[in-house]
Design a binder for this molecule. Sequence first.
Ligand code: SAH
Length: 342
Amino acid sequence: MTNALDLSPAEWGEALRAMGQPAFRAGQVFSWLHKGAKFSEMGNLPKTLREALAVEYDDSGVTIFERFPSKLDGTVKYLYRLADGNLIEGVRMRYHYGDTLCVSTQVGCRMGCRFCASTLEGLARNLTAGEILGQIVAANAEGKITNVVLMGSGEPLDNYDNVVKFLRLLREKGGVEMSLRSVSLSTCGLVPRMHRFAEEGLPVTLSVSLHAPNDDIRRTMMPVAETYRIEDVLRECRYYIEKTGRRVIFEYALAEGVNCAPENAKELASRLRGMQCHVNLIPLNPVKERELTGATRRQAEQFQHELEALHISATIRREMGRDISGACGQLRRGYIREHEAT
Ligand code: SAH
């Protein structure tokens, strides 16, 4: 069954016209759905229509199956259940300016980064636009989400069409209506897709998982580096900056003995010189199946100072939700059969 959140207002217009409904119904249905309402709750719709819609569309495509609140900070990890029994994870982080939701874009991931849990079992499938949006709609019911980061399981640009459709739905009038300036999309650097994305005219913040100052080191950490060179990734970043006027964020997970020596910082700084960018340093979070370990706080601070001395702005990301395996690179996929779910 089609997830009701997959449809744009225009698509609802067509679908409802085909059901013999007046034009104004499209806006009503769209706006109810984005508030998290079920068809049965749509009070201003005729009962027969509500019933007909429920036969054709799924209004519970994404539900919060379990919550894991952190004892360390206000972070909550959500385990979401999809209509087909797949389980994905999302994380609510509380900041002084509001709540940020980290959403997944795929069930699993096929990028194979050596330090990340999301890719351990490979890719099961792409999420639809409505399934990405549904994570926000479900979370909104327990506290308004003001910012969204596409940094959960999956590589957003590997699910290009659904992610772009999701972004367009997100800012649609009458829906969740979030400004795309409050959204960050993170990619491991799929060069041709980065180029195409820069041309969509969507003002999201682009984050790029660089993690290494050169291709030799990057290849030991990320299989994608076998296909695309850092130089080409950076060229697309410059293009994105040119097209959107926004600075790019580089993510750099510090792994002990791999990429955090002072000379690595120097090489990184020389590559990023003159670019409108910021580096987010993250001491690598532990993933039990992976052998890489995180740098110490002191190493991270040294690395940051090296970069700043060379005029590259850098911060060490505050780690949240580590006790609930809700931190970067710790999210996983799962699966549950219906009878187990009750
Ligand atoms: N696939 C996209 C979206 C994932 S975002 C991407 O690669 O950018 C999640 C971020 O966490 C990425 O920067 C990823 O490289 C990083 N990450 C993965 N495993 C990590 C770990 N164990 N410790 C810290 N960061 C990690």
